[in-house]
Design a protein around this ligand. Sequence first.
Ligand SMILES: [Zn+2]
Length: 235
Amino acid sequence: MTIAGIQIEVERKKIKHTHLAVYPPDARVHVSAPDDLSDRDLRSFLASKIGWIRDQRKTVLCQPRQARREYVSGESIYCLGRRYKLLVVVEDRYATEKMTWGGNKLSLYVREGASRGHKERIVESWQKAMLGESLAGKMKGWCRKLKLALPEIEIRKMKTRWASCLQKRGKIVFNAALGRVPARCIEYVVVHELTHFEVSNHSRAFVELMDRRLPRWRILRKELNDFIAMPMEEV
Ligand SMILES: [Zn+2]
């Protein structure tokens, strides 16, 4: 389907709500629409979102490409918004693998012949541990403030969202990619997800609570989305 000269992929699904997203790196526009929504209604929905689509396409196309890391010395690795320069130290086959960090230097000690995937796993588990620590502190502080029971936390790789709140199970799943972003952006995600325990959607009531709790949440959200190329979801 083409709207205002922009090609849009349409996927029909058994869903209730239309879901629109712009994906990096090439700003592909994808819409999942309910089976029973007519083409005409879908067109008018998309036409009403054209300003948003154009903005997101611009943002996605301007994001620096995230080249695949090779995990070799000299590469930049981000953790909690801080940029580290990687130094890979190759040791003999029996050495203990570990990571040390200080200042802006990150040293990765691996055995001879360690593969790219292996080094990636070590670095990612470090980022995950650092994220876990940061999340635990923020969740505790905010739960106390909002008088909420502390939810269970899970961190895993997710493709299209920063986090998701499973209200009924008292659990929040966070995207492991948050391990790379500044702590203040993590805080925005924490407050957003905790607020979902009170308001499940993004209605006005939700926005009002966010405004009261974290007045600069919009700036943080933008910073977060600028930091890592993620599919831009229409929310
Ligand atoms: Zn939300």
